[in-house]
Design a protein around this ligand. Structure first.
Ligand code: CS2
Ligand code: MG
Length: 404
């Protein structure tokens, strides 16, 4: 089966997405997500200007050798742009191969390891009472796992809390990065109170999660993890920036609160030390940012050797194409942990019709051949790209640029 064409589709149904579509001489086509929030056009150009010319005429079935060709052949290996581009090619080719086999992708990977993919939803509020209410609403909707993020008294703009009038938290905005303020002391005093109230309201059986979003030093993260132990969290995520895996040794010395890291990782090399030293409990690497299905399977297998489970990132800046592919991966992967699930907007879902569906706290990938997600190109064309940035963060007391 030869690749006869490949094109990059950039659209913005509520937020920007980059999609690669690959066509073959047997009439089958596949799509892959290539969205890198805030740097979308870099990946679009990497694909259109440097990758697509190398794909034409190649055998679409030879997924592995094409992966190696694009990874080793680039010379400049790894990095978020390169690996998102490779991921898009890989995902599209797995989509094609499963369609050619007439089966849903999870069957091609090795069949289902579970009845459904347990997901966690996003509950947030401007303050503790609003956040508790949002957690209880998510429980009523059937979620068995719920992430809680709330406003922090004294901090003006906090990660994870929608602005006035926003349907759901969407950080990318503005012609230039918006500036957020941060105060670690206020956050460290507030968050244990938040989770004591949430756990009291929701009872012991709901999994509670929290995203620290890279903002603490290792000892501050250790202090937070220790303070949250009575609230029995499923995980705290990105407790400290993970460029230095050794930092997690300090956190581990002080707390048994489970740790999740990896949504910003783009290769197995980013994950290796954290997994091999059991410095984390869940690896958050994703199909779109970590080189596609082919590479994510290698990360999951390394994690399995060390009793680390998967916890794929699933925010709305990962397109429904990534979510669809991730759900097939999640359905198969032996050491599955949990899948993040932020529902996309109705306009995004209209551009990306999909087979996956939510029921009783689980997502199901559906039985459509391939990954089960398509793109309506005519509708996508009605939503042109608009530049949007993730925010930057500054320490409130002196303006030092901090981790967002
Ligand atoms: C967050 C994301 O969902 C999460 O865990 O870390 O919302 C993250 O901020 C965005 O994906 C960044 O584009
Ligand atoms: Mg996160």
């Amino acid at each position: 089966m030869k690749i006869t064409g490949a094109r990059v589709i950039v659209c913005s149904p509520g937020r920007n997405f980059v999609t690669l579509k690959i066509e073959t001489d047997e009439g089958l086509a596949g799509i892959g997500d290539a969205t890198l929030n805030g740097r979308e056009l870099a990946v679009a150009s990497y694909l259109a200007d440097h990758v697509v010319p190398c794909l034409i005429g190649r055998d679409a079935h030879r997924i592995e050798v094409l992966w190696q060709y694009l990874y080793r052949g680039a010379y400049w290996r790894r990095g978020p742009v390169t690996m998102a581009a490779i991921a898009a090619v890989d995902t599209a080719l797995w989509d094609i191969k499963a369609k050619a086999a007439g089966m849903p992708l999870y069957q091609l990977l090795g069949g289902a390891s579970r009845q459904g993919v347990m997901v966690y939803g996003h509950a947030n509020g401007r303050d503790i009472p609003e956040t508790v209410d949002a957690v209880l609403r998510h429980r009523e909707q059937g979620f068995r796992a719920i992430r809680a993020q709330s406003g922090v008294p004294g901090i003006q703009k906090v990660y994870g809390v929608p602005r006035e009038g926003q349907r759901a938290y969407e950080p990318a905005d503005g012609e230039l990065p918006s500036e957020h303020d941060w105060d670690t002391g206020k956050y460290l005093r507030h968050t244990p109170e938040l989770f004591a109230a949430v756990r009291e309201a929701v009872g012991p059986d709901i999994h509670l999660l929290h995203d620290v979003h890279h903002r603490l030093t290792p000892i501050e993260a250790a202090r937070l993890g220790k303070a949250l132990e009575p609230c029995d969290l499923f995980w705290i995520e990105d407790a400290t920036p993970a460029e230095d895996p050794a930092a997690f040794r300090l956190i581990r010395q002080h707390t048994t609160t489970p740790l999740a890291v990896g949504e910003v990782f783009n290769s197995i090399w980013d994950c290796k030390q954290l997994i091999e030293e059991r410095l984390i409990d869940y690896i958050r690497a994703t199909v779109v940012h970590a080189g596609g299905i082919t590479h994510l399977r290698r990360i999951a297998d390394l994690a399995a050797l060390h009793q680390v489970r998967t916890g794929c990132h699933g925010a709305t800046d990962l397109s429904p194409v990534c979510m669809g592919a991730a759900l097939h991966f999640d359905t198969w992967v032996p050491n599955f942990g949990i899948q993040e699930y932020m529902p996309h907007s109705a306009e995004t879902d209209a551009v990306f019709p999909h087979a996956y569906a939510f029921a009783d706290g689980f997502l199901h990938p559906g039985e459509a051949p391939g990954h089960g997600v398509e793109i309506d190109e005519a509708l996508a064309a009605k939503y042109p790209y608009r530049r949007a940035y993730l925010p930057v963060n500054r320490l409130a007391h002196d303006g030092t640029l901090w981790h967002w």
